[in-house]
Design a protein around this ligand. Structure first.
Ligand code: NAI
Ligand code: 15L
Length: 268
């Protein structure tokens, strides 16, 4: 049966807030969790991913989990270790112990951020390209994908790892023209990841059907994802303001963009 009750971790964050608005239209009952109170979500759980007891209570009885919580930019190794690496482990352990069958894991393009971006007629980047994290943050997403594989192989807990590009209301940079995921397509992809059958551990890229796409959406489409948006209408204005990406510029040369040269730092 299709999952109905879904735990949404990181529900107070940017993507969590967008998905709280969009996923209920697909019929889900969301149980929200975050480190900070989730405004406008009565009954939301305020808990740290470090709190194993709270996670056991939070996952009990849900059909699936959408795991967005964690540090979403670069930080010290110690902070990334606690929130993203141990935190994701704690969530998977709770899910295993409570018999949850499926997790949708918010991985990131920064797990493969040191992959050179395709130019011209270069082939699109496949999901099985070697992982090349660009930061400790990207390293934690690479860990999450391996953890997901282990929990599938050993425990039969299924995961769709979504290497999200940039999911914001609009693309705001020339790089984002290639990796943008509109919020509506984000909800379509999460819904597909929650409902497709026999996913085992599947890795997909998360973006809209952008004209300037850098990566291969075949595995995402195989879940039933049918993206409806394209960043191209934003291209002319962004390129006029910012110029085209320059191959000689290190911050333009890789998938991870400026994360390889000057990563944005998590503010807390
Ligand atoms: P965000 O930073 O706005 O939200 C993350 C949420 O996680 C915050 O509300 C924060 O309070 C919560 N959180 C942090 N540490 C926690 C802990 N120890 N315990 C419980 N909750 C904790 O980030 P955003 O943009 O909403 O991203 C959500 C997820 O998607 C993140 O895992 C991020 O790495 C991933 N992602 C997002 C992309 C995007 O374009 N928004 C791109 C690629 C990946
Ligand atoms: C990410 O992984 C971040 O969480 C998000 O805030 C954006 O910076 C995105 O990658 C990106 O690469 O644009």
């Amino acid at each position: 049966p299709a999952p109905r009750t879904v735990l949404l971790t990181g529900a107070a964050g940017g993507l969590g807030t967008l998905m709280r608005g969009l996923l209920p239209e697909y019929g889900y009952d969301l149980r929200c969790l975050d480190l900070v109170p989730v405004e406008g979500a009565p009954g939301a759980i305020t808990a740290d991913l470090a709190d194993r007891d709270a996670l056991r209570d939070a996952v009990r009885g849900v059909d699936a989990i959408v795991h967005l919580a964690g540090i979403s930019l670069e930080s010290s190794f110690e902070k990334i270790l606690r929130a993203n690496i141990e935190g994701t482990y704690n969530l998977y352990e709770a899910a295993r112990a409570e018999g949850v069958r499926r997790i949708v894991f918010a991985s990131s393009n920064h797990a493969v951020g040191y992959t050179p971006r395709p130019e011209g007629d270069d082939p699109l980047i496949p999901v099985d390209t070697p992982r090349r994290p660009d930061t400790f943050y990207g390293l934690s997403k690479s860990f999450g994908e391996d953890l997901a594989q282990l929990y599938w192989d050993r425990h039969g807990l299924e995961t769709v790892s979504v290497r999200i590009g940039s999911c914001f209301a609009e693309p705001t940079s020339v790089r984002m023209l290639s990796i943008w995921m509109s919020p509506a397509d984000g909800a379509r992809l999460f819904h597909a990841a929650l409902t497709a059958e026999d996913v085992g551990h599947t890795v997909v890229y998360g973006s809209s059907a952008n004209t300037r796409l850098w990566w291969d959406l075949t595995t995402a489409r195989a879940l039933g994802y049918d993206p409806q948006d394209d960043s191209e209408p934003y291209a002319e204005k962004l390129i006029a303001e910012q110029g085209e990406l320059q191959p000689g510029n290190e911050a333009h040369a890789y998938l991870g963009g400026a994360f390889v040269t000057d990563p944005p730092i998590w503010p807390h």
